[in-house]
Design a protein around this ligand. Structure first.
Ligand SMILES: C[S@@+](CC[C@H](N)C(=O)[O-])C[C@H]1O[C@@H](n2cnc3c(N)ncnc32)[C@H](O)[C@@H]1O
Length: 299
């Protein structure tokens, strides 16, 4: 049995296909396979002459994606890895590189993975459960200052110091334990702060911003001439990194003395503005509400 749900619409799918414009015979690198919704759409466009390489840090998702894409077996390669390792992998070059950052629905649906606010489970939160400390370990081994810093930076939580102090005392081991600790800090406003607390911990545990930094450095290097890189991000920290990097790559160098262009930019912005989901999409899929797509093309 596969997890393929023909009614599930991948986030910003029409916009992704419009701006990345996959063509017959092209090669695609999807660094966040998930359940392979976007990958499937790419494979349908690139046809039997094309090839797709898919990565995911979560091995369960790699297995599911592989099952969901069974009919494309001859054109697909799957790798269980974090794209943070993109510079070490000898992975080749591509016409399209795509990332749909963050969590997939099985992460929230399976309490054992420790991402869910609504169901109790071990406080894990690792995309890759074969490596690195869990969120519970991470809380235990970090200093109070480090914890406060991530809640402030990744969650914009104003009571970050108080929360860090409570967590260092409580050392929660389960998602409901974390929930209870947060209640001591936020009281009746707990429900509205929990998503930011969970998100901040998740970003820290999976070193997500560092992985994005690597993708933004290595991705443009391994694009063919004419190739496109598209990234869907879900919060302002990620989007700022994507926006600034893409803008810098698409900006020509100017001679300070003459004011003339001394070196043409090697890339051009395909999306001049952030691409966001339609009202209909947000209504049908709440998770899409903070999605932002940006696409860059190599000249
Ligand atoms: C939003 S989901 C992708 C959904 C997918 N586009 C689809 O249509 O089903 C993000 C996926 O990326 C994976 N992921 C997140 N960060 C990663 C990283 N740094 N390296 C590899 N995989 C990552 C997660 O495990 C998750 O499966």
């Amino acid at each position: 049995m596969t997890n393929f749900d023909p009614n599930h619409r991948p986030v910003l799918i029409n916009e992704t296909l419009e701006f990345l414009a996959p063509k017959t015979g092209e090669s695609v690198l999807d660094v966040t396979l998930g359940l392979a919704g976007h990958s499937r759409a790419f494979l349908e466009k690139i046809g039997t002459g094309g090839a797709l390489t898919g990565l995911d840090a979560d091995n369960d998702n790699v297995q599911t994606a592989q099952e969901n894409l069974e009919e494309f077996a001859e054109n697909t390669t799957f790798i269980h890895t974090n794209f943070e390792r993109l510079e070490e992998l000898d992975i080749g070059t591509f016409d399209i590189i795509f990332a749909d950052l963050g969590l997939s629905s099985p992460h929230l649906d399976n309490p054992e993975k420790g991402f869910s606010i609504r169901a109790d489970g071990p406080l894990d939160m690792r995309f890759d459960r074969t490596a690195g400390p869990t969120a519970a370990d991470w809380i235990s081994s970090s200093t109070e200052e480090e914890l406060a810093d991530i809640f402030y930076r990744y969650g914009e939580i104003r009571q970050s110091r108080k929360l860090a102090a409570v967590l260092k005392t409580d050392k929660p081991k389960t998602t409901f334990g974390l929930n209870a600790s947060c209640e001591h800090v936020f009281h009746h406003k707990n429900a509205s702060f929990l998503p930011q607390v969970f998100q901040s911990l998740r970003i820290a545990v999976n070193n997500e911003l560092h992985a994005l930094e690597v993708l933004l450095r290595r991705g443009p290097e391994i694009l063919h001439s004419g190739g496109r890189i598209g990234i869907i991000s879900f919060h302002s920290l990620e989007d700022r990194m994507v926006k600034q990097t893409f803008k810098a790559l698409a900006t020509p160098e100017i001679d300070d003395r003459t004011g003339a262009v001394s070196k043409e930019a090697g890339f051009e912005l395909i999306t001049r503005k952030a691409i966001k989901p339609s009202e209909e999409e947000v209504e049908a899929n709440q998770r899409s509400r903070s999605a932002i797509l940006r696409v860059l093309r190599k000249k």
